[in-house]
Write a protein that binds this ligand. Structure first.
Ligand code: SF4
Ligand code: SF4
Ligand code: FES
Length: 222
């Protein structure tokens, strides 16, 4: 049976998509692949983050376009999250050095928007509060799965920059020679680098196939 046709909108332009396919595949089929940036096409890199709403007023939230199936009346907006230059980590991170690097640390009003926006279900707001308390090991753990899509920064009206701070904390702990977790962290970083090289191969079709295998096996196939 032919899949049902659904109408979606990308930045206001109507597209006919097939029920069951992802937003990214619908855009590719419509010759509009450039409308949303893609990287791994497997839910790993976060490059394809979009915000979604529905014509009937239902909220759609934020999601990864390479994973989210199309739905009738879906309106898709690419997220304009610009990266900012990284701020150098500290070999001995403290609340004071974090605040010196990110003066807006204590401006958090506990609105929860960052946690709601995070496509990786990271407890972003709670982690900002842990940063204020200097609980850096826990913060580092919180941001392990961060894909740096930048949405938590985009939605924060108080310019708190949660994920940039989370990355700063992780890098700072990794720099500290007295930190007993340094060796495993280095191993972990090497593994992450291997996985990125594997996933971000130049050929788009091969990239897609690798991303599917990566998700199926939970990593690079042995
Ligand atoms: S969006 Fe900003 S102000 Fe709101 S909880 Fe997150 S960090 Fe705090
Ligand atoms: S950048 Fe922010 S919103 Fe995106 S995955 Fe990381 S914590 Fe979540
Ligand atoms: S392209 Fe969607 S997460 Fe990488």
């Amino acid at each position: 049976m032919e899949p049902e046709s659904v109408e979606i909108f990308i930045a206001g332009k109507s597209i006919n998509a097939k029920s069951g396919e992802t937003i990214v595949h619908a855009l590719w089929a419509a010759g509009m692949g450039e409308a949303v940036k893609t990287g791994c096409v497997g839910g790993v890199c976060g490059v394809c983050t979009v915000s979604i709403r529905f014509q009937d007023g239902r909220p759609g939230g934020t999601d990864l376009a390479c994973l989210r199936p199309v739905e009738e009346g879906m309106e898709v907006f690419p997220c304009p999250v610009e990266s900012i230059p990284p701020i150098g980590p500290s070999p001995d991170p403290t609340v004071e050095s974090l605040q010196a690097a990110f003066p807006t640390l204590n401006r958090c009003t506990k609105c929860g928007s960052c946690t709601s926006a995070c496509p990786m279900n990271i407890p972003v707001m709670d982690s900002v509060l842990r940063m204020q308390d200097g609980k850096f090991d826990e913060v580092s753990e919180d941001f392990t799965t961060c894909i740096h899509c930048g949405l938590c920064r985009l939605v924060c009206e108080d310019n708190v920059k949660p994920h940039n701070m989370g990355l700063w904390v992780r890098r700072s702990l990794g720099m500290n020679r007295n930190n007993p977790s340094l060796a495993p962290a280095t191993q972990e970083q090497n593994q992450v680098e291997r996985e990125w090289n594997y996933l971000l191969t130049d050929d788009p079709q091969e990239r897609f196939e690798r991303a599917k295998r990566f998700r199926k096996h939970g990593g690079i196939e042995k």
